[in-house]
Structure formats: structure tokens, C-alpha cells
Ligand binder design. Sequence first.
Ligand SMILES: [Zn+2]
Ligand SMILES: [Zn+2]
Length: 125
Amino acid sequence: MEGVLVTGTARAGLEGECARCLEPISDDVEVRFQELFVYDDLDVDPDEELEVSTLQHDLVDLEPLLRDAVVLALPFQPLCQDDCPGLCVECGARLADDPDHGHGEPVDPRWEALSALAEPEQQDD
Ligand SMILES: [Zn+2]
Ligand SMILES: [Zn+2]
């Protein structure tokens, strides 16, 4: 009576990176949406106008509707895999690629100055 009810489904491809290891990931999302677009010649209270979608010269602008639906469907923290171990805190290596990754025993900070002495001297020439 007062407008056009739009119902639909949209598929979108997602590109992003894992929140833990920064690996690029891509995914698909499917969203459903429904919105009533009222005729723009209908007498709408200007205060209320922001709240409702209107037909623009018999056309429907789906962009805001699609954007809202897709944004709501996006994962808050996308992961490359559910149990992504993230990155090594010491060197930044991706732990999923190298699960046995290690750096040996951490040096006691009190002895750290000595380890510099143990390294071969650098030649300056
Ligand atoms: Zn990851
Ligand atoms: Zn490491």
C-alpha cells in the first residue's frame, strides 16, 4: 500500500587477513535482507524521514541495505583456521607453518651482557 517490500539474498566474497597471524584469507558470506521502501511522494514527517527507506523515482537504492547486512555478517575476528596459533612472540614466524618452532632456552637477562662477549668479534675494515 505505502511502498515496496524488498526481500532478497546476497552473496559476497570477503578478503581479509587473519587476526592472529595476518595470513590473507578469503571467504564467502550470504546474507538475507528485507526492507520496506516507501513511496517518496508519500507525506513523510521530515523527522521520521531518516528512519525509513524511500523509493527514489521508482528506484530502490540497495547499497545501504546491503552494506549493513554484510557488515553485520562479518566475523569480528577473522581467523585462517579456528585454532590458529598466531605468530612467534620472539621472531614473528607463523606458528601454523612451523609448529615445532623454538628458540632454545631463553637467556637469563642477568647474563645477557655475557652472551655478547661470547659472540665472535666483528671485524671493522
Ligand atoms: Zn592465522
Ligand atoms: Zn620464533
